[in-house]
Design a protein around this ligand. Sequence first.
Ligand code: BL8
Length: 740
Amino acid sequence: MSEPGPAPGPAEPAFGVEAEPAFGEADLANCERERIHLAGSIQPHGLLLLVREPDHVVIQASANAAALLGLDAVLGQRLRDLGGDLAAAVLPRTLEALDAGLTTMRVTAGAEGRAFDAMLHRPAGGGLMVELEPAQPPHDIARRVETALQAFLSCYALRQLCEEAARVFRDIGGHDRVMVYRFADEGHGEVFAEQRRADLESYLGNRYPASDIPQVARRLYEKNRLRVVADVHYEPVMLEPRLNPLTGDELDLSLSMLRSVSPMHVQYLKNMGVGATMVASVMVGGRLWGLVACHHETPRRPPLAVRAAAELLAEALGTRIAALESFVQAQAELSVRRLEQRLVEAISREGDWRAALFDSPATLLHPLGATGAVLLFEGQVQTLGEVPATPHLRALGDWLDAQPRGLVQTHSLRQEAPGLDAITPVAAGILAVPISASSGEYLVWMRPEQQRTLIWGGDPTKPVEISEDGLRTLAPRRSFAKWHQLVEGSAEPWSAKDVATARLIGDSVADVVIQFRSVRLLIAEDQLAQVRRQVAVSEQPVLICDARGAIALVNDAFDRLLPGLRGARPRRIEELAPFFAHPAEIRRRLHELVENRQSWSGELRLADDDAEAGRPMLVRADPVFSSPDRILGFVLLFNDLGERKAADAARRRFQDVIAESHRTRAGWLDRHADMVFQGILASLVENAQLAALEIAEGVEVGRMPEMLESVRASVARTTEVLEMLARQLGAEKPQPWDDA
Ligand code: BL8
């Protein structure tokens, strides 16, 4: 095999190590960037012409062109000088853009007017590229394509669809082996479906490392959807002149059907025992999803109709995969919408959404194929299914906090977070979405560790070999023997669909959380307003401060108690100390209250310079906790001991008065009235004393003297009335002994 030499073109860098290696110059270090589209040569089963526009003169051609056309020369000739109906067939098409896919037609050309399949396009850099391949007998496969399309449409599962595709491609192309080769997110690929000649070894399920198909090739295959290597033992045919006269650079063969394939890849195929290939790109959602790779042991040049059918079917396959994927996605979206609805309903019905989210594995686990789920929310941990112990879950939350914000997924947590290795058996794989802007709030799905054996189609750690020539040139590996890799410490990887579903559920729950918090905020604000009103109108002086001792609220009664405060407006409770006698002591108490959360109840007096100096007061100061370790703030209640003392005095006076009236009036009644009046008096006194008791219990201290006084007055009045009554009755009543 004679390889095309390096091209000393103007675009060629002096030292090509970090730069893009020229075609055929790549080694493992830089083959990712090999300029495979600038091959400078074609495969020999056809010929290539670059035609200048608008005069349609051939300015570059493959070295085999003249011979294949039976002409002396093609360079400098016009299309119409090349015989047959070539010019007549091609020129009308030049009104089209011809810059994307290939345009094909059947033509005759050359000295003998041979039939060719012609492919037209305008390459980057200008001119018209005409590729001709000797025509093959007509091959009517339209009906087969039609049934194939119907078959695709009746497949509702990816695996089934891909198996059908492999069958259809093998039927149409007649290759020994057809593989649907699917790329993973990490770049490696897997033989996902296969049809093969019965005597061939199966490659189904084999994985191949990402480096087997370089990125540069993958990008090319997104543009050029079908490639053929008719015979891996071909000798490349050089272009003449080597450089494109229009650009002075290599001719861009990206869309060429005849482009010579990278020698690295050719060697790879030879090592694999492959004689010919036809490979179609499977595009899904604008990305190269995979390839349909057809291998034949012996040379094989599929007719143009077969290639057209293959390209069409690959397109249809990609569309069908996209449909299946979006069907799955739509199903997921629908069920997430339903879930969101349920959560919102739960908020209005039960005041919370969490139970509804965690009510069944079908809701939370099955859609993602997870075995456990955890909600970290507002410091609490809620779980479903198989999950690690709570301390581990909190540690997981801390680790998530340290990751870049957003969805976090791994199928081998131990690799990302060695500190969390202990939970590998239950949670080797995690998929976490933040559900609020606060740290530590996540919804996490888990999968257990699964020991698996990956089968590679050759040792993935040795994708190349060093050739025996001693020059240390790298060559594709020769051994494709199955290579078993035992994978431990990892879970079944999350699929793109799982991730998408998790994202949907996460977004949904985040919305619900905002709604939930808004509802709570409204309720809390309403309650707060009510409480504020109640505290504000209370006659008892109240001061409320936050957890750090900043004064949040004082009511009017407090303002009345310490009129000196009005001008000062202290911000922190320690600043109250100067308003009281013994400020140092007060400051110490307040400090202990805030710092040590130590309740304080005791007597104090206003400072001397205050108008009401010396008035005694009782204070009760208590911390308020929302949970054992979380403090909301402090409440300080003041009781004017002056008032209390006045009340005590009033009660004492009341008792005295009652006793006194009892003694004087009742004494008289005792002596002068009968049993009936005495009974009435006893009830009156008892009633008054009960009233006094209730007043002392239930009425504010400030109003007590007044109330007791009114009871006392009423008792006094009734007793007077009673006495009067008794006197009158007694006066009117004939006294037997008076008359006696
Ligand atoms: O010119 C081209 O289109 C070929 C592009 C190509 C290159 C340059 C390589 C290079 C390498 C690496 C060189 C440094 C070396 C480590 C290696 O193994 N390959 C290329 N590979 C292509 C390629 C293609 C696409 C062919 C096409 O679409 O026309 C495939 C399918 C593969 N390499 C690899 C495979 C694999 C993994 C299987 C498994 C069954 C297979 O049949 N071909």
